[in-house]
Design a protein around this ligand. Structure first.
Ligand SMILES: [Zn+2]
Length: 407
């Protein structure tokens, strides 16, 4: 029986992992006490090593590979090469997502499924030909290329299997992460790449996928993929070995025609992937983690937001960096698109004393909602900052409604 919690709001949510909840009978109530109305709950996720400060049994969890945290019918996966592995470190409770979601709903919280689509080293090792391939013909095993039909089918089937398991009333919203290309940045703690001092532009160039599917897509969009590969190699080497800095954007580094074709190819693949996902998730709200820089790659897919023709009910923009940049990002997104814009705020990155101020300024900049990262990983001081920020946000929203009502 689900009760509506007084003060619950659609304004905000917090990210959590299933391992923050499963085996901890007090976790859902503790998360509800943060004040948020929604919880973005891990459903399919890449490898991670995480602190679990509040769990009664464990203090750390090591998820050694990407996994689906829900059981699924194997039939639709018959004959496919890519299939989400089960979490071998968490076999005690097979339906971890469902168990955690039930506890959260019991506290009146709305459950959003957090689905990571193209990031998974175990999958990349199974099918290296489906991974991102840079201009030097080197593969990024952690990154599946979404232009590959088998990868698009995998991502779509993953969402379809999830939706077959939980109905829309249980899980009305899906949060899509890595619904496009992961590039050069891996974000792994074992990375040994920082000392080369690569500029953002050089990283963007090393993020260009030139696998056979992307070569065909880039050619269809109007550029010569081999010429593009040569330009990337030449420019990256000039920086890596010569110490010269690559100019700022893909357009400057590659020329307008080539960069334009590359970005059109990417945008069209991402748009189609969101349509495929929407087709197997009828009636669900889709939140797309995105970056308003079309040249960006990563968990937040780079898009020309104003031209985006895919399916997304709202766009989720990461606001973890310098506050001025984050505010400018939200302002630009709100100008570019009519879709609601959600600010993803990290209480792990920001000083606790500054979280509420940041949230206030992001809401002023036009953010429609907030998602806080991360209710399971944060220290007590950071959780306190989340609570304060969210109380402020709810009060600001209430005041805005009152003002609107009076006008
Ligand atoms: Zn590719």
């Amino acid at each position: 029986m689900t009760a509506t919690r007084p003060g619950a709001t659609d304004l905000s949510g917090a990210f959590v992992y299933t391992w923050d909840l499963v085996g901890d009978p007090g976790a859902a109530e503790r998360i509800a006490a943060l004040g948020v109305g929604s919880v973005v709950l891990q459903a399919a996720y890449h490898s991670a090593r995480a602190m679990t400060p509040y769990h009664p049994v464990h203090r750390t969890v090591h998820a050694t590979h990407s996994a689906a945290y829900f059981p699924f019918d194997p039939d639709p996966w018959h004959g496919t090469r890519l299939r989400p592995p089960a979490p071998g470190w968490a076999v005690d409770v097979p339906d971890r997502f469902g168990t955690a979601a039930t506890a959260l709903r019991g506290q009146g919280l709305r459950v959003e499924a957090w689905l990571v689509l193209t990031h998974g080293t175990a999958l990349g090792e199974q099918a290296p030909d489906l991974t991102v391939r840079n201009a030097f013909d080197e593969q990024y095993g952690y990154a599946l290329c979404p232009a590959q039909p088998e990868v698009a089918e995998y991502a779509t089937q993953l969402v379809g299997s999830f939706c077959a398991r939980y109905d829309t009333a249980e899980v009305p919203t899906l949060m899509l992460e890595a619904c496009g290309w992961l590039g050069f940045e891996h974000g792994s703690h074992h990375e040994k790449t920082a000392g080369a001092d690569l500029t953002r532009a050089a990283r963007d160039l090393l993020s260009v996928c030139l696998c056979p599917a992307c070569r065909a897509g880039i050619a269809a969009a109007g550029a010569d993929p081999e010429g593009l590969a040569q330009a990337v190699r030449r420019t990256v080497d000039t920086e890596l070995r010569g110490g010269a800095r690559v100019p700022g954007t893909l357009h400057e580094a590659l020329g307008d025609q080539t960069a334009g074709a590359l970005l059109r190819h990417r945008q069209s693949v991402i748009e189609q992937l969101t349509r495929n996902v929407a087709a197997v998730a009828p009636g669900r709200e889709l939140l797309l983690m995105a970056d308003g820089d079309p040249g960006a790659t990563g968990p937040d897919v780079g898009l020309d937001l104003g031209r985006f023709q895919g399916r997304a009910d709202a766009l989720v923009l990461k606001c973890w960096d310098d506050e001025h940049r984050s505010v400018a990002r939200i302002q630009a997104a709100v100008r570019a698109t009519d879709r609601p814009v959600i600010a993803n705020v990290s209480v792990l990155e920001e000083h606790p004393a500054r979280v509420a101020g940041r949230v206030a300024r992001l809401l002023d900049a036009g953010a429609h909602q907030i998602r806080y990262y991360h209710a399971g990983l944060a220290s007590p001081a950071r959780l306190q900052a989340l609570r304060r920020a969210d109380a402020y946000a709810r009060e600001a929203a209430r005041a805005a409604r009152t003002t609107k009502g009076a006008a």
